[in-house]
Ligand binder design. Sequence first.
Ligand code: F0G
Length: 346
Amino acid sequence: KTSMKGVWRYKEIVHPVLNNNQIITKMEGDTNIYHHPKLSEYSGIKNIYMKHEGENPTGSFKDRGMTVAVSEAIRQGFKKTLCASTGNTSASAASYSAYAGIDSYVFIPSKKISKNKLLQAYSYGANIVNIDGDFDTAMSNLRETLKKRSDFYVLNSLNPWRIEGQKTIIYEIMEKMRPDFISFPAGNLGNTSAFGKALIEMKEMGMIDYVPRLIAVQAEGASPFYNYINNHEETLHPVRAETVASAIKIGNPVNYIKAKRSIEFSHGIVERVSDAEILEAKKIIDRAGIGCESASATSLAGVKKLREKGVLDASDTVVGILTGNLLKELNTDIQINMLTIDQVMS
Ligand code: F0G
């Protein structure tokens, strides 16, 4: 019996028609929520909590969507999966495809993504296609490929089953607490879409009597959704993305329409933070002993910024989502100041 833990505890609202024996799961979900005085002090929010999606099997929230999407791929009889990725999706897709016994193909800007995400995809046996460009190039290459090939099952978040799985992050939070705000990084806007959908459904089913406000946080150099929402633009204007947070280095997010609905329904906020703010927040999270990859730290950086602007109140309850594990970025350039034995002994 593998089905009633984590994501699959919510099977009826995630994929009701799948039989239990069709589920491909590595026990994703049921992640921990952390509280630490350093986070409160830094953000100015006493009741700030961090839900750690880096605790999932391949080290990111992607596994929640991947268990559902790969189960569906198998149900439909596909033998090959395909995704474009900044690293985490490809790591998760490669793992779940291999676990299900089918082949995976990943389109990645291999020179630009974190080396250990690339190592994950490689080790799980993915067919790696190097894209000369960035994530947005990889995504358009994927769309072109799909025009010519019908034997690939797409595992990007434009696949609705990914969204269904990622909804469970919100279900888990709302079962445990009553946050005023939920803050998270926003790149391709899969989570933004999923979180809004979860809240809409929970409200409609009478499972919640209020709706927490979503806070989607982008990196300044990759913030087309920030512009789209806050400047009330007709359509999203893609940008050439640049940020240290390689996971969210995305200039042309595919899910922006669904994401807009999420922001509107939850009276949400779209914020943006600089690379310096991201790295500073990451250090706070790391030094609190919690740890995360840099893209994830936007969730804390955004909360601090919104508190400083007076949008958030010191007494608000906020849950931040840490989307990826600290170990995802071993190649980040760091200067480690080490001590000598003599310094310690004296
Ligand atoms: N945080 C991490 C660690 C991610 O890997 C991603 C997306 C996001 C946040 C943004 O989430 O796309 O739902 O807005 N990574 C994708 C990938 C693009 O290919 O791994 P989103």
